[in-house]
Write a protein that binds this ligand. Structure first.
Ligand SMILES: Nc1nc2c(ncn2[C@@H]2O[C@H](COP(=O)(O)O[C@H]3[C@@H](O)[C@H](n4cnc5c(=O)[nH]c(N)nc54)O[C@@H]3COP(=O)(O)O)[C@@H](O)[C@H]2O)c(=O)[nH]1
Length: 875
């Protein structure tokens, strides 16, 4: 417990006999000092070290010191090493000059807790105006300081992860830059973004998303050194500052470490989740000299990393900056492109592979810039997509396509659809269906004439809402095509789930369809799967006759590509439509020639000799000098037997045989080898690639006989296969029919549902209107000053207004009673057949006439409404 003691020379020890009332005042002051809530100390001003001569209880409580520890101690006892030396010097100078001084004290309480207080020191003059004491008043500001600290922390740290936020990171980056200027090292600024984090947030909820962010923050902290900074800039964006970097591959190593640690699964809500990230890096001083530039460049690099397919890190480069500048320039120019009439449409035909006729046109937008010339959509569509300009471009394209369609229809050019590309942002616009419906109606275009092309990446973002949007679009009656199929995370199950009419095989598969067995297999699988679901297949980017033949042979429905036509302006398309341009007849007349033999050899003399020898056997003989040429022939013709030499340019014979077996398994593969190499070839064939090896120089008769055997073998195999095919065909056709029917049914169901929804909507609105009308009528009847009674067909009272209730008040409540019990005339009036009968009746002393109105003449109501009209007795 602290005790107070007053200084001996204090003016409070004045002559008590001379001033008895002062004695009392002194006691009061004494008590006031002792019991004050503020800490109070008195220091001797006459001694240089200003010893403490008085301290009250509150001071002792605040500091945790006993009075004995305080009294007699110098003023410096109040200070600690944390104090600002300048401030202390100012206080000493104030005291030396007998001035007031202010001081914020930060000390440890005796119990160890940190306490903050404010001390106001004032000089106390004696009777001669000499300063003999300083009185110090101390206020505890610990809470206030803590609040300040909390606020300061909040303004510099992220609330969720506790990591530094953007403000603090800027400071840290500046510090790191300043420190680096004194060395040869670099500073690395890393922008890190989690890939597809939105999916996690959307599917698992925000609480789970937060758990993952906390986990990521923790893992990132573990990847860097003490002096580095990991900060969070909101959402799934983290920014790191790495100091003392002497080589860029150190940064690369840290990025790899981050990828590895982030790749470990996160366990949330009892499930494990995987996430990846992308990182953009800018270096000081190599890339930029100030924080703003470094931020901009790291962000640019991140953008590039994401563009590369995510889970990548990317260092900033000068070219990147140039590309970005180009983007900005294009973005600016694009904003005025529509207004300046710089956009135009080209159309690329889609042709049927069974009839060869044009069946559709894909709309492809073009930008004719006055200075830059023709800008490719691959350059400006992604920019428009990012800046939301795509909405107005998309709308413009749709309108222009509808205008052109209208013009073609008006000129009698019909029988084809026009396809319009729908970009991801357009697809997410909730008013898309309404807009399309409106534009179609405005141009009087039947919805089935329009096809919407949607890429599969669009669908991945939120499959449930994508499905709803597609069904809504389908409900309009337009066709839907799945564009660039196979390029994203395609799943064939999308085909089953979503109501597509067409699937477009991406041109990257078509390009090498003749030579790449994987591309061929993928394309065949897409065709077969789509057909089993009743969906038509279009091949994109068909440039050669061989590709076209291959696709036709494998039952692809339609093709699009330079082979038939490049995208053309509307005028040239009109010409093409007028001329009824179609695929060449040669493509359409694909029929099997009897016994087709393909001879492959690099030596033209051997080819000529074989042709000469085999001419007598009436085979259709085709020749090729290289493996690539051979694959082209196989794509276009149904070959029975391929006889190949051993050496050829570009590809080994084994590779040619491998691809042939994979893509055309029915072709019989025979090798014509010299006597030295044949054993070698035979040994390397472990997979049954070679049916037979013939040795050079060949015996003419023997060769002819081997080939004859091979053809007979092939004929037998074909017959077997045909038999099997017949067997499966019916089953498959039935399946296909079922698929088509199911599809048609589900489409009909979707459109019926839409109609039903609209009808229900209208009915509901009508119902609401009827109810309001009914309420008004009821209220009118209720308050009309004429007794009104409603009877049902059994004469039970189902309605009474206020006037009728008053009239029959003596009978108690009459609603629900049989009117015959109350007043038989009511029922008689209701039964009377005359529509305007006016039955007289007496109730009490009053005469009435009952006017009856039968219900149900103009509505579904039943029963009668009776009005009782007062009559004079003699009336
Ligand atoms: N959202 C919108 N996207 C659009 C629109 N107009 C075009 N685009 C998209 O821009 C991309 C590039 O289009 P473009 O440069 O017009 O290229 C198209 C064809 O010219 C090209 N093509 C067609 N046949 C061949 C061929 O035989 N070989 C070959 N190398 N290229 C060929 O393919 C592009 C059509 O691609 P796709 O749409 O996938 O069918 C492109 O992605 C367009 O979609 C628009 O109005 N809105």
């Amino acid at each position: 417990m602290c005790t107070t003691r007053l200084p001996e020379h204090s003016h409070m020890t004045l002559n008590q006999t001379r001033y008895p009332q002062l004695d009392h005042m002194l006691q009061i002051s004494n008590r006031a000092l002792a019991s004050s809530g503020s800490g109070i100390i008195i220091m001797d001003a006459t001694t240089a070290s200003n010893p403490i001569v008085f301290a009250n209880d509150a001071f002792c409580r605040m500091t945790g010191h006993a009075i004995e520890e305080v009294l007699g101690r110098d003023f410096s006892f109040l200070l600690s090493k944390h104090h600002d030396q300048q401030e202390i010097a100012a206080v000493y100078s104030a005291l030396a000059n007998n001035n007031e001084a202010n001081l914020v004290l930060r000390k440890r309480h005796q119990d160890g807790a940190e306490i903050w207080s404010k001390l106001l020191i004032s000089p106390v003059p004696d009777d001669t105006d000499r300063i003999t004491y300083f009185i110090g008043v101390q206020t505890d500001i610990t809470e206030h300081k803590r609040d300040e600290e909390r606020l300061a922390h909040q303004s510099t740290h992220d609330a969720l992860t506790g990591l530094p936020n953007r403000n603090l990171l800027k400071d840290r980056l500046q510090q790191a830059i300043a420190q680096t200027d004194r060395s040869e090292d670099s500073v690395a600024l890393l922008f890190l973004d989690l890939d597809h984090f939105k999916l996690i947030n959307d599917s698992l909820g925000h609480a789970a998303g937060d758990r993952m962010l906390l986990g990521v923050a923790e893992r990132l902290r573990a990847c860097v050194r003490e002096g580095d900074t990991v900060s969070r800039h909101g959402g799934d964006e983290f920014v790191l500052v790495l100091r003392e970097i002497d080589q860029s591959h150190h940064v690369a190593a840290i990025c790899e470490k981050i990828f590895q640690t982030i790749a470990d699964p996160f366990f949330i809500q009892g499930h494990s989740f995987h996430v990846t990230c992308s990182i953009g890096i800018a270096l000081y001083p190599q890339d930029g000299q100030d924080t703003a530039t470094l931020f901009k460049y790291a962000d640019m690099a991140l953008y590039q990393a994401k563009d590369q397919g995510r889970n990548h890190y990317q260092f900033f480069s000068r070219e990147m900056n140039e590309r970005m500048l180009e983007r900005v320039t294009l973005d600016e120019a694009l904003r005025s492109a529509i207004a300046n009439d710089e956009l135009l449409l080209h159309y690329q035909p889609l042709v049927s592979l069974s009839t060869g006729q044009l069946v559709g046109l894909e709309t492809l937008v073009r930008w004719q810039h006055p200075e830059l010339g023709m800008v490719s959509p691959t350059r400006f569509i992604p920019i428009a997509e990012e800046s939301a300009l795509i909405a107005s471009i998309g709308e413009w394209v749709l309108r222009k396509a509808c205008q052109d369609m209208r013009a073609w229809i008006d000129s009698g050019l019909t029988g084809f659809q026009v396809a319009v590309n729908v970009s991801p942002r357009q697809f997410r616009d909730p008013r898309l269906a309404d807009r399309i419906e409106h534009v179609l109606a405005e141009h009087r275009i039947e919805p089935r004439m329009l096809s919407l092309e949607i890429t599969e990446t669009v669908l991945m973002q939120d499959t449930a809402s994508s499905e709803a949007t597609l069904r809504q679009l389908k409900g309009l009656g337009v066709d839907l095509a799945l564009d660039d199929f196979g390029t994203g995370y395609s799943s064939l199950s999308y085909l089953k789930r979503f109501p597509f009419d067409r699937v477009k095989i991406d041109r990257s598969f078509v390009r090498d369809i003749i030579t790449d067995s994987d591309d061929a297999a993928i394309s065949k699988a897409i065709i077969s799967m789509a057909h089993s679901l009743g969906i038509r297949v279009v091949a994109e980017g068909v440039e050669t006759e061989a590709q076209c033949q291959f696709l036709r042979r494998h039952r692809c429905d339609e093709m699009q590509g330079y082979y038939f036509s490049r995208p053309l302006p509307p005028m040239e398309i009109t010409m093409l439509l007028v001329e009824k341009k179609h695929l060449p007849e040669s493509i359409l007349m694909l029929q099997k020639a009897p016994r087709t033999l393909l001879l492959v050899d690099v030596d033209p003399d051997i080819l000529a000799a074989l042709q000469q020898l085999l001419r007598q056997d009436n085979y259709r003989i085709m020749t090729a000098c290289s493996a690539e040429e051979a694959l082209g022939v196989l794509a276009q013709h149904e070959v029975d037997i391929m006889v190949s030499g051993l050496t050829m340019p570009g590809m080994t014979v084994i590779e040619l045989l491998r691809r042939t077996m994979k893509m055309y398994p029915d072709v019989i593969r025979i090798i014509l080898s010299n006597p030295i190499e044949w054993q070698c070839v035979a040994d390397s064939d472990s997979n049954g690639l070679i049916h037979k090896i013939l040795i050079k120089p060949w015996d003419d008769q023997q060769l002819r006989s081997h080939l004859d055997d091979a053809f007979r073998h092939k004929a037998l195999a074909d017959a077997n296969q045909r038999h099997n095919l017949e067997f499966h065909k019916e089953f498959k056709e039935e399946n296909q029919r079922l698929g088509l029917r199911t599809k048609a049914l589900s489409q009909a169901l979707a459109s019926a549902n839409l109609k039903l929804e609209r009808a229900l909507d209208q009915q509901q609105q009508r119902g609401m209107r009827d109810k309001v009308q009914l309420d008004i009528m009821r209220e009118m009847l209720e308050h009309i000053p004429l007794p009104m009674i409603g009877l049902d067909d059994d004469c039970v009272i189902v309605f009474v207004n206020a006037a009728a209730e008053a009239l029959f008040a003596s009978h108690g409540p009459i609603l629900g009673r049989d009117s015959r019990e109350l007043l038989p005339a009511l029922c008689d009036a209701a039964d009377s057949t005359g529509a305007d009968s006016k039955l007289p009746v007496r109730i009490g002393h009053q005469h009435y006439r009952i006017i009856c109105q039968r219900m149900g003449m103009h509505s579904l109501s039943r029963g009668s409404l009776l009005a009782l009209v007062k009559q004079e007795a003699n009336a």
